[in-house]
Design a binder for this molecule. Sequence first.
Ligand SMILES: Nc1ncnc2c1ncn2[C@@H]1O[C@H](COP(=O)(O)OP(=O)(O)OP(=O)(O)O)[C@@H](O)[C@H]1O
Length: 576
Amino acid sequence: MSNEKLVPEKQPRFASWLAEPMFRNKHIYLKVALAAAMINVFGLIVSLFTMTVYDRVVPNLAFDSLTALAIGVGIVLVFDFMLRILRAYFVDIAGADIDRQIGDNVFERLMRIRMDMKRGSTGQMTGMMRELETLRDFFASASITAVVDVPFIAITLIFIGAIGGPIVWVPIVIIPFVIVAGWATHPALDRLAAKSMNGGLFKQSVLVESISSLEMVKTSGAAGLMRKRWLNAIDEHSDSSLRQRLVSTIAVTIATSANSIAYIGVVIVGVFLIAEREMTTGALVACSILAGRAVQPLTQIATLLSRISATRTAYAQINGLMSIPSEGPLGEPLHPARLNGRIELRGVDFKYPGATEKTLEDFNLTIEPGQRVAFIGRVGSGKSTLARLMLGLYQPQEGLVMIDGTDIRQFDTLGLRANIGTALQETVLLSGTVRENIALDRPHIDDTEMLRASEISGAHSFMGQITNGYDLKLADRGEGLSGGQRQSITLARALAGGPPILIFDEPTSAMDSQTENQLIDRLVDETKGKTLVLITHRTGLLRLADRIVIVDKGKVAADGPREQILAQLQRPRAAA
Ligand SMILES: Nc1ncnc2c1ncn2[C@@H]1O[C@H](COP(=O)(O)OP(=O)(O)OP(=O)(O)O)[C@@H](O)[C@H]1O
């Protein structure tokens, strides 16, 4: 397995899919900025209060003035308290809204991802989706408001200059050091964040693969191999995240130390200024408080920068996903209501991405509406690939796949697939109840239709014997049912709603012959008048077909009415 680097170590700029939800929340962010500005003003007021107390109240012991000042500053503190809470609340609201919008867009894109453009393992893709959390944390974090504090650095410096004169040079000299430290560590942080995230994705990928194939891993003795991969992934990840944390700690510590140095520097320089009577004690105390306030936003910015690195990396991943072309036509798609079911493949050449050999070559075939065609042929001859092309999961490099005379690339993919009932080779059920698995929240499938489909597929016969029946909750991928039972439910799902086209790929491979025979009896009636594409190695199922197509090395090797092809196959040396 390759530890493919999905996150580019060079970061792109933020794109519109992220900017738009942010822009939509601009009013909230404006309120947040206003609250942050007010909080800064309150900070200035508190320093003025301190100065007045030292210079005017303490020398004269003017308790009346102190009371008035205390009431004034008390009111300011109450407002400060409320504004801080409101600021956090508004940031959370905006963060939640942005998270919802981005989450929805990204999931929609994920569901429409073109199979030939898909990159990375399931684990890596899951890891990428998890990065939405990093984005949300960023937009919902109060440190985003640190940006508002930056202009206040200048205002605070002006204040220090006004109160303490030349003492303002202390923070002015220190601030560039903090900026340079942040600026110098930022590229390294970006690079290490991407590296660390790639390590995290690799870990996730090993984990998802091991857990989802736990039975196989245990029984085939693959635990050792997976453990080795896991340890590899842990080492790689911990190495990069260790370095990332170290660089980020250095940047933040420089900023924090600068804060203390500014405070102490102001106090020391202030003593000289007091000695020369250029400054009062009150002004010195106020300036030392203000110097801290002037440098503090930079400390927050340093923390924000390391967060921005992680956010930019998360963004790069999700943007990569958002940039993968979606299924469906570029122009306005056709929305078929109900198709007749005429399927035509004309001169189709198809090669899987990365493959060297063509899987299908100059494949020509027409299936009339209501015709039931079985595809047989050797392992790997291209039968399942035909089904994938008919469903629009992949597109041919040459030729056309048409349904009802229209290139299927013109159809809206959801509309097209709603007309096709599919039971593919790999039987996958979703977590949730059996009812959900059959109806899939499709509005036209009520309980009556679900029961009808279940009776035909044979699912009803065992659902009746299970305590919760159709409300039986299944775990991931349908755990809790046998392989044959899962196939019956998959068939019920495909038959529900009576779609005009049915595509079944080895639909009975996990069933015993008696169950299979009974199913075929019921399917004979159900599939009448419907276009059936049946891919199978089981001779029993051929009873359902009017026509048989033998596929060999991606081409039609024989095609004709069922009896004729069966007779051909029975003749010696005639087998495909
Ligand atoms: N996702 C894929 N990526 C690359 N190559 C693939 C992919 N799926 C199938 N192939 C290749 O395409 C060829 C045809 O596969 P396909 O699944 O269509 O065969 P099949 O006739 O259905 O076989 P079987 O009877 O075993 O199901 C195989 O050689 C296989 O290696």
